[in-house]
Write a protein that binds this ligand. Structure first.
Ligand code: GLA
Length: 367
């Protein structure tokens, strides 16, 4: 039997609940049919070798030095951050060659980083048991503490726990999730604006800090414990007030969206997407002209129930709920309009909610 093994972890599209995860609120992502795979083979020399097929670049690490490795602002920070977390949990890491190949577009708001972290964790574990929630948490720690983006747990959680044909309504405080079956009659289309503005990471940190400021002014540990009445009466600066307004109304929209999905009410689901986008644009201020255009243009196309930006912001993808019979026309109309306005060709992904991370090694022939 071949000693090579393959581990696969999906990207995600978040249907609704943006920037609510690090405020311990609600999110509703689906795991994608697009994934990152890590192929492992024994290392020839006792070191850890990591090869990115996409970049055609190989990097090598001395296993003895990994526990004290420092971030380099390099793509290997993701796998190295995960390796460090596993070492900190007491796992011995075998010398391996990892080959990374990914279908998840980078910088598109579809969580290529969480897919890489989770696939790497499974690859380095080599089948050793670790509770799935611990895998999600260690990958989140790798990203927030080693890579340096103070993210919530949504992306890693759904990459681990995703399920076919379902969205996952995650309560980021209890870390318990309900699976929500999506009504037939609507395709989920992610539209890649092909732009990612530099501002992204620093603006993310600022939003995290502004939400913490708002929580402090409200006298609560996180915005999950606040409400709109208290916000109305509180004394605080404009920016944290607007950020908190988005978070509180967005949490409510997630729950209303779940109820609408369970009732099969596609019009209500679409309207909530549009409301969420308006809130991200006006109150959270994380959209950009290209993305606003894609959302507004999509909402006018027959057969589109609604659209919004998905992911961290400042570019990336929109998520659209579209009548399956209208998908082809939707793509043509939106692509033409966007090319005309920005001279950019958007990419379309038909998102089929898929399963979470797992090993996909096929048994060798004859076994
Ligand atoms: C990024 C982060 C997530 C989440 C989203 C915004 O994807 O990794 O934790 O905060 O942005 O909803």
């Amino acid at each position: 039997m071949s000693s090579s093994r393959i581990f696969r972890a999906p990207g995600r599209v978040n249907l609704i609940g943006e920037h609510t995860d690090y405020n311990l609120g609600f999110v509703l992502p689906v795991a994608l049919n697009l994934a990152t795979e890590v192929v492992t083979e024994p290392s020839p020399d006792g070191n850890l070798h990591i090869f990115s097929e996409h970049r055609q670049e190989r990097q090598s690490f001395d296993l003895a030095g990994l526990a004290t490795a420092q971030p380099r602002k390099h793509w290997t920070d993701y796998p190295v951050g995960v390796a460090r977390e596993l070492l900190a949990l007491g796992f011995h890491l075998a010398p391996l060659q990892l080959t990374i190949r990914s279908q998840v577009p980078e910088g598109a708001g579809l969580s290529s980083s969480a897919a890489l972290e989770v696939a790497t964790a499974l690859a380095l574990l080599q089948g050793r048991a670790l509770p799935p929630l611990e895998i999600a948490r260690l990958c989140q720690r790798a990203e927030s503490q080693f890579v340096g983006l103070p993210c919530g747990i949504m992306d890693q959680y759904v990459s681990v726990f995703g399920r076919q044909n379902s969205a996952l309504c995650l309560d980021c405080r209890t870390l318990e999730a309900d699976f929500v079956e999506l009504p037939a009659g609507a395709a989920i289309i992610a539209v890649n604006s092909m732009v990612k503005h530099q501002l992204g990471d620093s603006a993310y940190r600022t939003r995290v800090a502004e939400c913490a400021q708002a929580a402090t002014a409200l006298g609560v540990a996180s915005l999950r414990d606040a409400n709109l009445d208290a916000l109305g009466n509180a004394n605080m600066a404009d920016k944290p007030r607007h950020r908190a307004w988005h978070i509180l109304t967005e949490n409510d929209r997630v729950l209303r969206f779940v109820a609408a999905a369970r009732a099969g009410d596609l019009n209500e689901m679409g309207a909530l997407l549009v409301e969420s986008h308006a809130s991200m644009k006006a109150d959270y201020e994380i959209t950009c002209p290209e993305i606003d255009f894609l959302v507004e243009a999509a909402s006018e196309i027959p057969g589109c129930y609604g659209a919004r930006m998905t992911g961290g912001g400042f570019g990336g993808c929109t998520v659209n709920l579209v009548d399956p019979a209208s998908v082809a026309d939707f793509q043509t109309s939106l692509s033409n309009a966007y090319r005309h306005a920005f001279a950019l060709v958007p990419a379309f992904y038909l998102c089929q909610p898929g399963d979470g991370a797992r090993e996909i090694t096929k048994p060798a022939a004859g076994v």
